[in-house]
Write a protein that binds this ligand. Structure first.
Ligand code: FAD
Length: 506
């Protein structure tokens, strides 16, 4: 193995596996250390009593031509086991239901009938999303960390970005105000979709990012066969096919930076792994924990000052096929327009495909419900009031089941299995500190986190870096990090060759 080519990836989430597999393909010696017994993290599928439940993510995008998964798959030789689904999902507001068709004419008819207040919005949104998808496919060095990044970034800007550039500097709320969109249903429709993609609503979400976020049904929502975890499983296979390996049940407990600038990683099994390059598929908080006192001051500051992100409360249901609707697989329910979204007031429901018999016992379906929730009250109760904590779980379970009643009547009596998931469960199963999931809210394009950690050859991948959450988002981030690692290695080799071939001074 050539010097400088040992890569260890901490975590087998979609971001870590994509970056690891791409580097294995480039001839790096890649080891992915995964704490759990299966890959995928927040986009994993777990087995419980005959069901394969999607743990967090359920909606897969980015497989369209030029989409991040399509690009990574083509590079890695993966034929994705996915099928496009139609409609993408149905959004239930208190007094109407809006079907997000992918098919253009049906979607135009639906939005004209149900969301007339947004008629001017769609033209701008589609134009912005088109230009932004094309830009993203060119793997921009964003946010630029050096003059070289900035110069490379400049070469990737095309004229179609210029007319929509004002959106980069405004919030989605400001755009809707400019277009005089006052209809509460129209605002709630946009807000509900922004919350699950930009992690914030139109008041704060950046308009350009938001234009891409609400574009997902148009470019395509896909159903991975066997559950969303199959994306990570296919990536793990590609990693192995390109000579890399994934080692399960190995949690990294410490990153040691050595005097020669290489790394030694310690695991909970008492093993150590040496690396020239480390990719941390972690949040900044988790990375700082593993570095301990070796964490650079900027990272230490970041984890002290950055507001915590959302957590998730989930319910996993086993339901008879006869009890679930057949006109769509995904639903988003908003209960009360006068209340903030999240905390059970907006609930995403995903039902396993009727054609995917691997997901549930015969005649049954695996259903995942989720809502955004602030993490602090959960941890406060868990530490100080165990009874109050259990009451809170029961309360959130009821809120989610009430929302589910809108599309699955009598869900309580029909369910043969109900399993709740709290932020503590996400901390345990994905190792994300305090169960903070979903990346950072996308409020400003000028203040996004890049992959740099302050330590040479130690990179972040995953939904904490641009362009953020979703399996597609972390794949775009991974493509960019892998490209930079390859470029840096080539540069180092050039310097070494120059040093070797330079005539000695004597
Ligand atoms: C409830 C919920 C719903 C969502 N819905 C969607 C959706 O519908 N569509 C969508 O695209 N996205 C959705 N997302 C977001 C999406 O799941 C994430 O953005 C994405 O999967 C994060 O990938 P990641 O690469 O950051 O890794 P993670 O998913 O965070 O995985 C990290 C991996 O690293 C491992 N790990 C962590 N620490 C260590 C350690 N010290 N040593 C070894 N291994 C370690 C973990 O076990 C885990 O497997 C949802 C998320 C949640 C929580």
């Amino acid at each position: 193995m050539a010097a400088g080519k040992r890569v260890v990836v901490i975590g087998g989430g979609v971001g870590g596996l994509t970056a690891g597999a791409l580097l294995a393909r480039e001839g790096f010696e890649v080891t992915v250390l995964e704490a759990h017994v299966y890959p995928g993290g927040c986009a994993g599928t777990f087995y419980h009593k005959g069901y394969h439940f999607d743990a967090g993510a359920t909606v897969a995008g980015g497989f369209q031509k030029g989409g991040p998964h399509q690009i990574a798959g083509a590079l890695l030789g993966i034929t994705w086991q996915v099928e496009r689904i139609e409609p993408a999902w149905v959004i239930h507001l208190p007094d109407c239901a809006i079907t997000r068709w992918g098919e253009e004419m049906r979607w135009r008819e639906e939005r004209a009938a149900k969301l007339p207040a947004l008629r001017h919005f769609w033209r701008i949104q589609e134009q912005a999303a088109e230009a932004a998808w094309q830009f993203a496919a060119r793997l921009p060095e964003y946010p630029p960390a050096s003059l070289a990044d900035l110069l490379r970034l400049a070469t990737k800007i095309r004229p179609n970005l210029i007319p929509i550039s004002p959106l980069a500097l405004m919030s989605m709320g400001q755009l809707l105000n400019l277009l005089n969109v006052r209809d509460p249903n129209a605002r709630a429709f946009i807000d509900a979709q922004l919350l699950i993609s930009a992690q914030t609503t139109s008041r704060k979400a950046n308009a350009l990012y938001g234009a891409i976020a609400v574009d997902l049904p148009r470019v395509g929502v896909y159903h991975p066969r066997g559950g969303i975890g199959n994306i990570a499983r296919q990536l793990a296979e590609a990693l192995a096919a390109h000579g890399g390996r994934i080692i399960y049940r190995h949690a990294v407990t410490q990153i040691e930076r050595r005097a020669d600038k290489t790394f030694r990683l310690h695991t909970n099994k008492g093993n150590t792994f040496e690396a020239d390059i480390v990719l941390a598929n972690l949040t900044p908080w988790a990375l700082a924990d593993l570095l301990g006192e070796a964490a650079p001051p900027a990272l230490q500051r970041e984890v002290k000052t950055r507001p915590s992100t959302w957590g998730a409360f989930t319910l996993y249901l086993g339901l008879p096929s006869a009890a679930v609707p057949s006109h769509a697989e995904h639903f988003q329910i908003v209960q009360d327009l006068s209340q903030p979204l999240g905390e059970g007031n907006s609930v995403f429901i995903s039902i396993s495909s009727p054609h995917d018999l691997s997901r549930a016992p015969s005649g049954m379906r695996a259903v995942t419900l989720s809502t955004h929730t602030a993490i602090a009250p959960w941890w406060h109760l868990r530490q100080n009031d165990p009874e109050g904590y259990q009451e809170r779980i029961a309360q959130y379970r009821d809120r989610l089941l009430d929302a589910a009643e809108r599309v699955i009547p009598n869900v309580r009596s029909a369910a043969q299995l109900i399993l709740p998931g709290t932020p503590a469960a996400f901390q345990r199963f994905t190792r994300r500190p305090l169960g903070m999931v979903g990346g950072f809210p996308f409020a400003s394009l000028l203040n996004v986190r890049g992959p740099h950690t302050g330590i040479e050859n130690l990179w972040l991948v995953g939904d904490s870096i641009f362009p953020g959450q979703s399996t597609a988002g972390v794949t775009a981030g991974a493509l960019r990090v892998a490209a930079e690692v390859v470029r840096n290695a080539a540069r180092r080799r050039l310097v070494q060759v120059a040093q070797i071939s330079a005539p000695s001074a004597s």
